[in-house]
Design a protein around this ligand. Structure first.
Ligand code: PLP
Length: 458
């Protein structure tokens, strides 16, 4: 599709309505009112999405790291249509149930590691993390340890924007927004491998999870929440041994390990779940996003047998649940999504495309001296932009290098995302169905965008 810079009258009309009536999530409201929406999407197919002006973009982020089977998947649409026209929505409160929710729960139990054999459904990732925190506290109450209420969360973590999830989020703008935080969340520094293994002389030991447990007292701590690979915090991959060390800490101090698999789950990292990369079995697992590839709004918290059995001993109504907890249409879509992931060996494709993407990143790093810290695990990748990587010199804060390169990519019809406290990180997370030619096209566009950015610096 050739680029058409002319804005159609339909687009202009929609843009006016958008400016007037649509307060966008995670957007600059003044910029939207001044300039209108950045793009209005009209359709999607495979790894591409097309605007109302007929401009086709490569979706290098799977939108919000979630459209894992790509756009326009007719089997997912059909699974949704079929359930919608049979029985679209039911209540699951007061022990009502439905077939897709039951079958999906069984399927999830078969896929999840260890004895994570049960699920509490939600409508998305934030709700899953709020639910996990509440259920963990409830679990400890039932175990006769109501003082175990605190959660340890890491710096640079992103766990969502509902109030408990926002509190656990370690990105300062999100964490502080509206002053809406719950009590009892304690922050620790990510990836202090030696400290977590018990080396008290390791650098920054005091801010490690281990030191935090010692300081706060294990009998006050309900759980630790961790993304196996941090996403919005900058695509940060833990060192080997780190998640195992955290698992050991949790066992040693009788603390629940809550893995936030909202991005990592369902193949993104080249394994079914992020924790599978390190053979770690958490006690609870938050899932969403790739569960339906974005075709339905569905999340969940998976629970191990001990937690499920303990909660199941409670003989009264548990006052927690969402209208859409176990929504049959969303669950039917998720079932089809998981069927396709296995049938089409999507994770095998992720592994081979990871190699292509790494090759491409290496090419960019060799060609452009400002590119550094390239990393990928499955199709979860990033690179960084420094004025001088060798000396660790960042660009001047007024430059916003990642925004500049992401904008230059967008002009060239590739969607990526800028991250990082210094606006120095660019994330790449394409649909898991991407092929070699499409990866190479992305790298070619990034190459051109970096070249264009460098020219603006002169
Ligand atoms: N947890 C992680 C790791 C995420 O990346 C996200 C969203 O990006 C969330 C939780 C929140 O999910 P949602 O936006 O569906 O509420």
């Amino acid at each position: 599709t050739t680029k058409n810079t002319h804005q159609s009258s339909k687009t202009a009309k929609l843009a006016e309505l958008d400016k007037k009536h649509f307060l966008h999530p995670a957007s600059n409201p003044k910029a939207v009112v001044d300039n209108g929406p950045a793009v209005i999407f009209a359709e999607g197919k495979g790894v591409t999405v097309t605007s109302t002006d007929g401009i086709e973009y490569i979706d290098g982020m799977s939108m919000l790291w979630n459209v894992n089977l790509g756009h326009g998947n007719q089997e997912l649409a059909e699974a949704g249509n079929q359930q919608l026209s049979t029985l679209a929505c039911t209540s699951q409160f007061k022990a009502f149930s439905n077939e897709p929710a039951i079958l999906l729960a069984e399927k999830l139990a078969s896929l999840a590691p260890g004895d994570l054999n049960s699920v509490f459904y939600t409508s998305g990732g934030s709700e899953s993390n709020d639910t996990a925190i509440k259920l963990a506290r409830f679990y400890w109450e039932l175990k006769g340890k109501p003082a175990k209420r605190k959660f340890i969360a890491l710096n640079n973590a992103y766990h969502g924007v509902t109030v408990a999830a926002q509190t656990a989020t370690g990105l300062s703008a999100y964490h502080h927004f509206s002053g809406s935080n719950i009590e009892g969340v304690v922050r620790a520094t990510a990836y202090l491998l030696d400290s977590e293994k018990g080396d008290k002389n390791a650098p920054n030991y005091e801010s490690s999870i281990r030191a935090t447990i010692e300081r706060e007292g294990a009998d006050t701590i309900a759980g630790i929440i961790i993304e196996p690979v941090q996403g919005a915090g900058g695509v940060n991959i833990p060192p080997d041994g780190y998640l195992q060390a955290v698992r050991q800490l949790c066992d040693e101090f009788n603390i629940l390990f809550l893995a936030d698999e909202v991005i990592c789950g369902f193949g993104r990292t080249g394994k079914m779940f992020g924790v599978n990369n390190w053979d770690v079995v958490p006690d609870m697992m938050s899932i969403a996003k790739g569960l339906t590839s974005g075709y339905g709004q569905l999340g969940g918290v998976m629970l191990n047998d001990e937690i499920k059995q303990t909660i199941s001993s409670f003989d009264a109504v548990v006052p927690h649940g969402f209208t859409y907890s176990g929504h049959p249409t969303a669950c039917a879509i998720a079932l089809k999504n998981l069927e396709i992931i296995e049938r089409d060996q999507i994770i095998g494709n992720v592994k081979s495309m990871e190699l292509e993407l790494k090759k491409g990143l290496k090419y960019l790093e060799e060609k452009h001296s400002i590119v550094t810290n390239c990393r990928a695990i499955g199709l979860l990748a990033a690179f960084e932009l420094y004025e001088d990587p060798a000396s660790g010199k960042l660009f001047d804060p007024t430059v916003f290098p990642a925004n500049a390169v992401v904008d230059a990519c967008f002009e060239r019809q590739l969607i990526l995302r800028a991250l990082g406290a210094h606006n120095q990180i660019i994330a790449i997370a394409p649909p898991l169905i991407i092929n070699k030619e499409e990866i190479n096209k992305m790298i070619q566009i990034i190459d051109e965008a970096i070249t264009a950015f460098k020219e603006t610096l002169n």
